[in-house]
Design a protein around this ligand. Sequence first.
Ligand SMILES: Nc1nc2c(ncn2[C@@H]2O[C@H](COP(=O)(O)OP(=O)(O)OP(=O)(O)O)[C@@H](O)[C@H]2O)c(=O)[nH]1
Ligand SMILES: [Mg+2]
Length: 500
Amino acid sequence: MSSPAKAAPSISTAVRAVLRRAAEVYRDSPATALQLRDQLDRLDEPLRVAVAGKVKAGKSTLLNALVGEQIAPTDAGECTRVITWYRDAPSPRVTLMPHRGAPRQLPLTRADGRLEFDLGGSAPDDVDRLLVDWPSHGLRTTTLIDTPGIASLSAHISARAIALLAPEDRPSDADAVIYLMRHLHATDVRFLESFYDQVGAPAAVVNTVAVLSRADEIGASRLDAMVSARQIARRYRTEPKVRRVCQTVVAVAGLLAQTARTLRQVEFSALCELAQTSRSELDALLLSADRFTAPQAHPTLPAQTRGALVERFGLFGLRLATTLIRQGHREPAGLTQELVRRSGLDELRTVLATQFTERRDVLKARSALLLVDRALREEPCSEAHQLAGEVERILAGAHEFRELRLLAELRAPDVALPPDARSDAERLLGGHGTPTPSRLGLEPDADRAALREAAIAALARWQRRAESPLSDRTASERARVVVRSCEGMLARLAQDQADS
Ligand SMILES: Nc1nc2c(ncn2[C@@H]2O[C@H](COP(=O)(O)OP(=O)(O)OP(=O)(O)O)[C@@H](O)[C@H]2O)c(=O)[nH]1
Ligand SMILES: [Mg+2]
């Protein structure tokens, strides 16, 4: 009986071995050895995703929306000026990590549904970061890192955010980035390019998703604001300079999403009361926040309640919520679901799942190899040559990396591929999700025969392209990467059949 072919080690196994070896090689260089050992631990931890963008882009609000709780401070307090990590843990705890000195615990309180903590006398400049342990399902696969606004009033603070995301002296602490922008601005593109240009980074573009944030404010918070925002996001997605720096752009009304996911019964009752006001009166009231909160503006709802409502929902959220209640959403759970859907949060979560969560092993491996590569360049040593060879072998050999690199290349404006072939390749390479049905453009529950048929057709399509005399060398090589992805799918389908 022939022995089964030895399976290639998974990318995580190969990277783990290289990290161990590198930690051994650099054992006399304590700082580097420590970074390498940390990186080893990171392979078993949740993916680290930073939320970045300019001041007041809505970063902390969106983080709360993603977690489904108000844990990140959103007003102008000193904590918004400090990098803060939110990670899942059995019990809540806030730890302050100073630049110098020992970490210390900070007291935390909950007030009005929000988590509150302060720096306990430390100046923001003295704080390296805050670490918030918070039991949350939303943080199980991903640790979220809230960053101070870039290009903020204090150059120092924005420098800190940039150092976290694109540090010069070491690879980034974050494996992936959600970048918020209210409009597309040259500084946003420049900032994103700084990830893209990281030395040695295989396909940095694949670890960035852009969000058109505070999307409800587009078009004066009219009821169709999200329709316009989605159109703008779609246009950005096709712009070459945007495609070059991020995977995709999603429009999200973060405030509405946050509030919907933390909706309270008293708020729901107040919305129902508002919805009973005649449409013309309500439209007039909701023309501006000042009108809506004026002392005698509403016969039954006190000004204070209205003030709280507009702060939590925004004018757009109030217009939308009252309209939905009028249309028959009489239960808080149903209203929450519809508001979250319309806020764009569901779409963002799907994008994060396909772009980040499903690819977490590759993204973490990428961070790890960047670290080893940097150590080798900055501290050359006698074993460097061999170690560099191992890094190179993983980068060149792991098909996952080839897929990432090609996905990034396909985003460049000058790719010599017809648009339909380009989008076919993007899908097959896992650009819209790595499970086989997503790659083949079929429903998640498609049967095996349909999947096989589609994979065989795709394989033939890309084999023809790889062998076509019309394809130059680069085009053939790219086509072969897609061929390999199709072969991988067929092998997995055959394996599934054998297992069942
Ligand atoms: N209308 C509307 N307002 C929003 C939205 N997201 C955030 N805001 C408001 O914008 C302000 C800033 O929001 P934050 O979430 O603190 O923004 P940030 O980017 O974390 O701000 P810094 O950390 O200070 O840079 C707050 O008053 C939020 O209520 C949104 O989607 N729509
Ligand atoms: Mg903030």
